[in-house]
Design a protein around this ligand. Structure first.
Ligand SMILES: *Cc1c(COP(=O)(O)O)cnc(C)c1O
Length: 456
């Protein structure tokens, strides 16, 4: 093992970012605003604050301020698990026999097991500062709910989580971690909300979806005084908080004098990818540097590669604001794949605009090939990756294999968003050879898209 560049690069405490970077400030074409579903006018601060925490609404609407100070309390919490290491994947390179140089930013080194804690702690902080009693949210695979329950317990807030039913059943252990941190967890759709009861009536056997759980959590927030709704992905504010990933990664790369050619991340709602790429895209937008950026999504839920760029509801119950994004339609029910965190019908408005403008590209990969990549990674690099993160690993391996053919020594950076200890059911079906790839037909997607709201 050649070790001129260390296997792991850490930033020292005083090199850790003290501000988040708002890539919108450098975008010429700003992401389209959220619209009020009733009036179809851009959502105002006054309309957003009954649902979301006030300071987070300000961050949501701010397209101009390039940097936001990270409050000291949040910086202090970050110290428990940050800086996250930048790892040179020497063992993976060797196993692949590639001339490519592969780096990954590892975000799984905390109890929630994913990058989601970076935004959870920020959102809990602003809720506490506003004097709220608690927050409600949805969780798909369970990573966001776990992260939020940790953050809420740190600040003494009540935490109510609507968990997508198929994950609730597949992943009882996550539920117990959440309860250990004091959260109340309800499988969604449930009969505890009006929207949940309506969905259950229409689709009796449904295993749920993120869009549906969001509707329930929003209803629970607006019907309880002192509560607000928080969301773990998709929104501009979440991307903003997640820029700690990219800022740290870039600072660590600068420290060892490395510039990536290709940057890869998995994309569910787009928060880890957006956070990872923001500082690099900023350079690209300002004409200072160029990078190839690849968003990787599951073939079972291909919002960027097969969706439509249009205004859509963020939730199945159609009570949230409308967002312009690449979407499969809020009625799209993806097959119950094992990458629960990537089962969202839409995509961050920021990433959607960047994709539309050609700053990033996208590809969809199938579940079995993702797990083949996960298995290889686990065996050679040691870390058992989350199924979501393994989408990025798949694409990184594919790019490294291309380099092997062409002899190019490209530098690849990818985001390893989390660990897979709670996804062993998925690994079991891969190991048993029973894992399948369920890809939606053109008709299914067209049918769902035909129900998009009419916005002109
Ligand atoms: C939630 C999650 C994702 C996907 O969410 P994004 O908002 O697209 O980042 C990816 N990886 C892990 C481990 C997750 O928990």
């Amino acid at each position: 093992m050649e070790e001129k560049i260390p296997y792991k690069t850490y930033l020292s405490e005083n090199e850790i970012p003290k501000q988040w970077y708002n890539v919108r400030a450098d975008m010429k074409n700003k992401p389209a605003p959220l619209l009020n579903p009733g009036t179809l006018k851009p959502m105002t601060l006054e309309e957003l604050t009954p649902v979301f925490c006030e300071e987070l609404c300000r961050q949501e609407l701010d397209n101009d301020t390039p940097f936001f100070d990270i409050p000291q309390e949040i910086q202090d919490f970050y110290k428990m698990y940050r800086p996250a290491p930048l790892v040179r994947a020497y063992f993976l390179e060797k196993a692949l026999g590639t001339p490519a140089k592969i780096y990954y930013k590892f975000e799984g080194n905390n109890t929630s097991g994913s990058h989601k804690l970076n935004s959870a702690i920020a959102q809990a902080y602003y809720a506490k500062k506003q004097g709220l009693k608690g927050v409600t949210t949805e969780t798909g695979a369970g990573q966001w709910g776990t992260a939020l329950s940790m953050a809420c317990s740190y600040f003494g807030l009540d935490c109510q989580v609507y968990m997508v039913k198929c994950s609730y059943e597949q992943k009882p252990f996550r539920r117990e971690v959440m309860r250990t941190y004091g959260a109340k967890v309800t499988p969604s759709p449930s009969n505890t909300t009006a929207v949940g009861r309506k969905i259950l009536e229409e689709f009796p056997g449904t295993t749920g979806s993120l869009g549906c759980a969001i509707s329930e959590a929003v209803e629970a927030a607006v019907t309880q005084p002192g509560y607000r709704y928080v969301l773990g992905s998709v929104l501009n504010q979440v991307l903003l908080h997640q820029t700690v990933i990219g800022l740290e990664a870039k600072a660590a790369l600068d420290k060892i004098g490395v510039k990536p050619d290709i940057i890869i991340g998995c994309a569910g709602g787009g928060s880890n990818l957006g956070g990872l790429i923001s500082p690099f895209v900023g350079q690209k937008l300002r004409g200072e540097a160029d990078y190839q950026i690849i968003a990787v999504e599951p073939a079972s839920c291909p919002s960027l590669t097969r969706g439509k760029y249009a205004y859509d509801f963020c939730d199945t119950g159609m009570i949230c604001p409308l967002a312009k994004m690449y979407t499969l339609g809020s009625h799209f029910m993806p097959s119950p794949s094992h990458a629960g965190g990537l089962r969202y019908h839409g995509m961050s408005s920021i990433l959607s605009q960047l994709y539309h403008d050609g700053y990033i590209e996208a590809r969809a990969v199938e579940q079995t090939s993702v797990f083949a990549a996960a298995e290889m990674f686990a065996r050679v690099e040691g870390t058992l990756p989350a199924p979501e993160s393994s989408h990025a690993i798949r694409a990184a391996i594919d790019e490294a294999l291309k380099c092997k053919e062409t002899g190019e020594e490209k530098t690849i950076l990818f985001g390893l968003t989390g660990t897979g200890y709670f996804d062993l059911k998925a690994y079991e079906s891969f190991n048993d050879g029973t894992m399948t790839d369920t890809i939606p037909t053109d008709e299914q997607i067209a049918d769902s898209l035909s129900r998009l709201p009419k916005v002109e």
